[in-house]
Write a protein that binds this ligand. Sequence first.
Ligand code: IVH
Length: 680
Amino acid sequence: MQNISDDVLREYEHLKDELNQHNHRYYVLDEPSVPDSEYDRQMRQLQDLEQQYPALRSDDSPTQRVGGQALDAFTQVRHTVPMLSLENAFSDSELQDFDRRIKERLNYSALINPTDIEFACEPKLDGVAVSLLYKNGQLVRGATRGDGSVGEDITANVRTIKSIPLKLRGESIPALLEVRGEIYLPRPGFDALNAKAMQGGEKTFVNPRNAAAGSLRQLDSKITASRPLEMCAYSVGQFEAEVIPTSHTQMLDTLGGWGFKINQHVQAVTGIAACADYYQAMAERRDKLTYDIDGIVYKVNDLALQQRLGFVAKAPRWAIARKFPAQEEMTQLLEVEFQVGRTGAITPVARLEPVFVGGVTVSNATLHNGDEIKRLGICIGDTVIIRRAGDVIPQIAKVILEKRPTNAEAIVFPERCPVCLSSVKRTEGEAVARCTGGLFCGAQIKQAIKHFASRKAMDIDGLGDRLVELMVDAGSIYSVADLYDLTVQQLAGLERMAEKSANNLTAAIHASKETTLAKFLYSLGIREVGEATAQTLANNFGTLEAVIGADAEHLLEVDDIGPIVAKHIVDFFNNPDNLAIIDALRDAGVRWADIDQKAQASQPLKGQTWVLTGGMEIMSRAEAKDRLQALGAKVAGSVSAKTSQVVAGPGAGSKLAKAQSLDIPVLDEAGFIGFLETLN
Ligand code: IVH
């Protein structure tokens, strides 16, 4: 046995506590306390110590979350307290029935008990139920629900989930505690997992629940460790402690104190009408959550009442689940159309038998590209599962092969552009096939003009998509430069265009000539050059001539420009047709002020990341963003340890709170304007 000094022991315990604390702040409270670099440094120190003194290594060490030796099989676990399921309610009236049944059973009468029942309302997380057993504060076992009586031992896998405490935190640690909750995969993690599978041409998961279940079923816990699973606690099974809470919400608070993640939308309300209101409020928030929920769970909050109510068969009488409309439905693929985008990219779009899913009627879904068609193995006539969760476009999650009709037709990717008949080419290593017609292709011309006119580009008010299509089809315009030659008479001749609108539109086209270099660069529609890259180019080069003259090597010196973007930029300006259009635009009077090279060289906010949140009253948010970007700052949408400064206006909420918890400096609008003045 190695001799371990007290100093080493103390250092080891200190590092473990620190890292467990960082984990808790990061994974349970969503409030990181230290930058990643500091976390990594402490983790390396702990690993070094354990390497040097292997006897130190304990099960609750944060180093043990990476997964260990693969198992041959899972062993079975009998649940001392059975893991129940929930009854479902599908309408408000079924919810009222639930309330009535409870009151009857408790012999409530309006005369004797004029008060209503208090319910805990919780999102029903769409994942996998888990039981976690703690003896004297140490996690000793994790198990699946199985059939409710017997589940499987997944201890090695649950240890890798960072929001699960390996050791309970805080005071009054119970001798025995079995925590129950849901393990789930938040949507960003699910999307990333599927994107990777798609790239590799592998099978994807239908939904985050399947992905979470699949990740927990791994005999190799290293695979589980690589999946960003989370766990929220929602009840207890076995429990031996000195003080036992009296309500469910108190119990959740206690569990929170011991280090468990508790869903932040849990709320206690009185009366079943308030339960229905909670359902409506959560239904509206559902799309904005970063994880899937499939309904609301209502639980009688008073634990003594729960006890009196007891169980029927496999479900408690004191709880019920009210389901949301499904986020997955089955429908049929009727046809596939091939659309041509601004850069000639050909996208197969599935036309579907309309189906109500995730709160909207879906009749189209993108099939992305030819590889995706192959990967899904999809044919016209197939029955498919459509998934629409979050604010995202509907996806075809799966083809149900058993339902394939005998007359199913293979999908043939076109060899010629469906709009201009030019040949279709696919560059080596790229998933996308493109029409080679360039600005000879009507579809590409239309998309290029729509992009040019859009708000963040030249911002031509009143030039909508439909109008662009009409004008290109009528032969009134062939390129963006032609817009500036349009006359009121020409426009007034178009379908549904009155003289007044024609006047307004020509005025808007005229007004758009006054722009900025960044907007002009963005409006050209160079591949991979979005708003931010256009701004970076403008800031770094100052003039259009300098951008046109820059070679790949020169472009690569600019932060955020990689070899692919650089190549697209060089290719764009090497094309004489593009240069002719730029000349025509400048001849038509499109102009901007070049960026002062001296101011540009100083770029006082270079390297900083700013976040704008809440309302602005004096300056518009777009203007604030433009100013910051011109000064070299990046403007991000969310606060993290990397944020340099936050500007918070009235109504600022979670971003402001997060900034405060991370000690990130915050300015109000007046302070921000004052700060900008100091830079002038
Ligand atoms: S309570 C006896 N609360 O829904 C009460 N369950 O059929 C048992 N679930 O498999 C469950 N979120 O995994 C409860 N906030 C929540 C829940 C929840 C999701 C799952 C649970 C169970 C199923 C119920």
